[in-house]
Design a binder for this molecule. Sequence first.
Ligand SMILES: Cc1ncc(CO)c(N)n1
Length: 232
Amino acid sequence: MSSSGTGYGTAVTAWRAAAPDWDAYTRHAFVEGLRDGTLPRAAFLHYLAQDYVFLKHFSRAWALAIVKADTLPEMEAATATVHGLLHYEMGLHVKICAEAGIDAETLAATPEHPGNMAYTRYVLEAGYSGDFLDLLAALAPCVLGYGEIGARLAAEATSDTYGDWIGTYAGDDYQGICRDVGALIDGALTHRLGPDYATLPRFAMLSARFAQATTLEVGFWDMGLSPSSAPA
Ligand SMILES: Cc1ncc(CO)c(N)n1
């Protein structure tokens, strides 16, 4: 996939281009280790367990988006994402971990790493104290960054080792969610701010939120690469 992104909408394309850490996130050493299969299994499993905890809070944040939405189509889009997270993406974690000998009970008891906590609480707080747009800007790098990573790795992977993981994010279901979320964001901006939303100061503030969440994604990969940084 080209460095211009994967076409998830107008706003996200602008926010992505303005986020200083976008490449650090989507081309992190952890990601490159998934691509060529050199990522140590222990780091992957440590990451997956933390990501299981992450996805629980992330699902809660998308549920909050239902509360903060205005129109029925916005509520439907947010609901579809909650459903995809709980019934599709988390299932992958449970399956891969089960194959590696980590049962669902152990996964559910994973102690939450501070970097993980910082990220999800940042997103949730954007929703608690802000409006639907603040929340979407904080949620967007997670959803769409993984879509971009998955699409690129499906094209560039040189190893099958992490093929299941790559296939989840490169697959039609996940790519469809990414396109829907991109359209949701463009529609929500137009609905609230008008068609010239990209010229407004508010758009720059939302762009900063997107950039902050992107930086927290870099921290998440960093955490994945150093299993020893996990709390007891
Ligand atoms: C940390 C993180 N960001 C984004 C995604 C994609 O949902 C994920 N599973 N984990």
